[in-house]
Design a binder for this molecule. Structure first.
Ligand SMILES: Cc1cc2nc3c(=O)[nH]c(=O)nc-3n(C[C@H](O)[C@H](O)[C@H](O)COP(=O)(O)OP(=O)(O)OC[C@H]3O[C@@H](n4cnc5c(N)ncnc54)[C@H](O)[C@@H]3O)c2cc1C
Length: 355
């Protein structure tokens, strides 16, 4: 259950957040004061305790109101997850408190790294060793939660002759330039921009992981599981909207609605069970299948909402919530790992198994 102040704020601001009419920097303080940033974080680290599934459900609950806010929460909570998995205890101690309180925004620029892990693209940031650390150059074309006042971003870095590594990069280093906000179809108040790194001097103590190829598979279940929370919440909300229309002539949709509700809750239960059992690190394919199934359910649910609402959904006067969910749902298949990437990965794994 979400704090009722947060629920009301999100419900009132969801359209403005999606269209960029509300200041993006307002989102994180709202999430922090409702206590959702520390869910699934051990109390010894200053969190609220519980397991990652509590965080998945919190992201789902936020996404039921606003996918923009849920994506900001995903970025923040996923960065926290990176810190929970780092061997650099000093960095964790330095950053975790400010991330849990929302003082600092955590941004995850690791789409590039996840694609790199699947052999899809080269890393966009390169390092040259220096006496105190590294000089970094390159670009991160998409990063969310780059708050104008204080952020730290996680990036994967290519290092010639050695394993690629994962670094945390604070926003106040010379050589780091944030672009203007990207102009998006939706999710506009999400502080999404590009980062340019030019001769940026980073010290060793900002290292999150010395070997990206070992670290990324460890954090991927959290990365992807928390991201699935967004899809679960959006889909649940569409199906709730369908239910409101089922009486009378729309009753013909009831069987499909029941089927989608059952499939959604089945997928959500499997996801949470696999996450808590730690199954997805050794069986990533089963998580990829769940991500694909959830994305397909989101697409079907938003279309069913349209059928259930009928022409009213097409009128600006009544249909703003539906129109926003339609735009929000367009994000689900393309966020990394995108459905195209996952299908390619599953195809490669199947071909490898046959060989
Ligand atoms: C609202 C939003 C927020 C995002 N936030 C993050 C984040 O916080 N962290 C993160 O790591 N990633 C983020 N991403 C990136 C996302 O996860 C995907 O990597 C991105 O959508 C590209 O996926 P793709 O499958 O199209 O990639 P690709 O298959 O690599 O690209 C497909 C085609 O689109 C082109 N293309 C892709 N991106 C751009 C671009 N920026 N400009 C011009 N052409 C482009 C490519 O050149 C290619 O032709 C975000 C994306 C969106 C839409």
């Amino acid at each position: 259950m979400l704090d009722s102040n947060l629920s009301h704020w999100l419900e009132a601001e969801a359209d403005a957040l999606d269209r960029g009419l509300r200041e993006a920097d307002d989102v994180l303080p709202q999430l922090a004061s409702a206590g959702v940033l520390g869910l699934g974080v051990d109390e010894q680290y200053g969190g609220a305790g519980g397991d990652t599934c509590a965080a998945v459900e919190a992201i789902a609950a936020v996404a039921g109101h606003s996918l923009t806010a849920a994506f900001v929460l995903w970025g923040q909570r996923t960065f926290i997850e990176y810190l929970l998995h780092t061997d650099n205890a000093t960095l964790r101690e330095r950053l975790l408190g400010d991330l849990l309180s929302g003082e600092v925004a955590g941004a995850t620029g690791l789409s590039n790294a996840m694609k790199y892990l699947s052999g899809i693209e080269e890393l966009g940031v390169r390092a040259a060793p220096t006496a105190a650390g590294w000089q970094l150059d390159g670009r991160l074309p998409w990063v969310t939660n780059l708050r104008k006042r204080g952020f730290v971003v996680a990036a994967a870095v290519e290092l010639s002759g050695a394993a690629p590594f994962i670094a945390a990069i604070p926003d106040d280093l010379p050589g780091l330039t944030r672009s203007e906000d990207l102009q998006l179809l939706g999710l506009q108040s999400s502080n999404t921009a590009a980062l340019q790194l030019d001769a940026l001097q980073l010290q060793h103590d900002w290292l999150l992981a010395g070997d990206a190829r070992q670290y990324l598979p460890r954090v991927r279940p959290g990365f992807l599981g928390l991201q699935c929370g967004m899809t679960i919440g959006l889909t649940r909300r569409c199906l709730q909207e369908v239910e409101r229309h089922l009486a009378g002539s729309r009753s013909v949709l009831e069987a499909e609605w029941r089927e989608l509700c059952a499939q959604l809750e089945q997928c959500a239960a499997e996801l949470k069970h696999g996450l808590c059992a730690g199954r997805f690190q050794s069986e990533p394919a089963s998580m990829f299948h769940l991500r694909i199934a959830l994305a397909e359910l989101a697409g079907q649910a938003v279309q069913l909402e349209l059928q259930a609402s009928g022409g009213k959904a097409y009128l600006q006067q009544y249909g703003a919530g539906f129109a926003r969910r339609l735009r929000e749902s367009a994000f689900v298949p393309i966020v990394t790992p995108s459905l195209v990437q996952l299908r390619g990965e599953l195809q490669r794994q199947a071909a490898g198994a046959d060989a």
